[in-house]
Ligand binder design. Structure first.
Ligand SMILES: [Fe+2]
Length: 457
């Protein structure tokens, strides 16, 4: 597994929740949250006595972090569970199960390829001498399950902190969700800790009691719940169709994507998942509307911006070379779901893709040609007219060009990319909030309903 720098991955914290009135709980389970900048929350749930653990809803970007955390704790991950078919982010379950040698688990209604075990309502997943109980909780999706482990409820997208799941896609149903919430919560004590599948405000956990008191959705009767939940469906998650293919079929994101396929992807899910790694000047001269500029030399420092980009992420440059370098760099930093657009923006435009034209600049490749040619000419001239030592200049440039041709890494291009004229101001970037965080609460959370009785008809 690649090593993921702790400075760029959300640091998971071990949480052992206190019991009622601050009395330490006898709950034997240890929970490690795995939050993602997009608002998704995965978990490791472990029985420390046996060293056996379960992974739930791990984002593709956090597969390395989850595997490393389990290894550091000395845990053996036995089960890798998807609470439901995710439509808003790439699941890391297939990659994590393969990395740690665990079985993948879903509800039978999920029908995901490569799943070793399906579990129905009431079944148990053993961890040492303990067990995690599966409860079928359809509504958000027909295949949704929640997990009960001691004093912990892993509610997936069924119950969020102060919210509930949306039900307007993937066979969801508002009335069914209401029934599931009633059934799941009926037997649970107020002290049970709620670990949701999403939280877009950075909150860690809640309790059943707090949700009973403060979650406005739980105060509604069935008719009002259904009416409020179906009134204003939020926009669909970005790249939803591509994510469903990925999460259902388990097919990995290809390392490279043809320009025509990238165009199909953009028309289907929008351009918010395009990360353009060229220079600001190149981007200002011509770019795909809605794409995000993160120049190659800034990638490592802006890793969270890339993580907040909805996957699958399309890496774009002029021809594909810098995007390939970016893919390798990002994968080394633990970012998944990356694909390079073959032929870059030139091929994308040739395939019929819409691009925004701005102030023309000389391409980086032409700047390298001009620079190398000028240095060679001046070096030869000075070598003949002034001193033979100047012939070292064209020799050095020639060697550099050979090196660039063989390794596909050009030092002169990297230097020129930092030049002031290649750092021209560009239009405002689509913010993470505009492309992911703003749509993320709408992705699976239905938000806050009108206060009961406040409808004016
Ligand atoms: Fe969901």
């Amino acid at each position: 597994m690649e090593t993921t720098p702790s400075s760029t991955i959300p640091t998971p914290n071990r949480t052992r929740q206190p019991g009622p009135a601050g009395v330490p709980s006898a709950d034997p389970f240890v929970v490690v949250p795995l939050p993602h900048p997009q608002g998704c929350r995965g978990y490791l749930v472990a029985d420390p006595a046996s060293g056996e653990a379960l992974a739930l809803d791990v984002h593709l970007d956090l597969v390395s972090a989850a595997a490393e955390r389990a290894r550091d704790e000395g845990w053996t991950v036995r089960h890798v569970v998807d609470s439901h078919t995710h439509a808003d982010h790439p699941s890391g379950s297939a990659a994590l199960a393969e990395a740690v040698g665990a079985e993948r688990v879903t509800h039978p209604a999920a029908g995901h390829a490569g799943v070793a075990r399906t579990v129905a309502d009431g079944e148990q997943l053993p961890l040492g001498a303990l067990a995690v109980t599966v409860r079928h909780a359809p509504g958000h999706t027909p295949d949704h399950v929640v997990l009960l482990a001691g004093d912990h409820l892993f509610s997936g997208d069924t119950l969020l902190i102060g919210g509930v799941a949306r039900t307007d896609f993937l066979g969801g149903d508002a009335g069914t969700l209401y029934d599931s919430l009633q059934r799941v919560l009926a037997d649970l004590a107020d002290e049970v800790v709620v670990h949701p599948g999403h939280d877009y405000a950075g909150r860690d956990a809640s309790t059943v009691g707090a949700e009973r008191r403060e979650n406005p959705w739980l105060a509604l009767d069935r008719a009002a719940f259904v009416a409020a939940l179906t009134a204003n469906p939020p926009p669909r998650p970005a790249n939803m169709d591509a994510l469903l293919r990925l999460n259902r079929e388990g097919s990995p994101v290809p390392a490279r994507t043809a320009a025509a396929e990238a165009l199909h992807h953009v028309r289907e899910g929008g351009a918010a998942s395009i990360v353009d790694v060229r220079t600001p000047a190149e981007f200002g001269a011509r770019h795909v509307a809605g794409s995000r500029l993160v120049p190659l030399d800034q990638l490592a420092g802006r890793i969270d911006e890339v993580r907040a980009t909805p996957a699958p992420r399309l890496l774009l440059c002029r021809s594909g070379t810098r995007a390939e370098t970016a893919r390798r760099l990002l994968e080394g930093l633990g970012v998944g779901g990356l694909t390079v657009v073959d032929g870059g923006i030139e091929a994308f435009a040739a395939a019929g893709g819409e691009v925004v034209e701005g102030r023309a600049v000389i391409s980086l490749e032409r700047q390298v040609r001009i620079g190398a040619g000028a240095l060679t000419f001046v070096g030869v001239l000075l070598g003949v007219l002034v001193h033979p030592a100047f012939l070292a200049v064209p020799a050095f440039v020639g060697a550099g060009l050979v090196f660039a041709g063989v390794t596909d890494r050009c030092g002169m291009a990297l230097l020129l990319a930092r030049a002031p004229w290649n750092r021209a101001a560009v239009e405002a970037q689509p913010s993470a909030g505009g492309t992911c965080a703003a749509s993320a609460p709408a992705a699976c959370a239905a938000g806050t309903p009108p206060a009961p009785g406040s409808e004016t008809g």
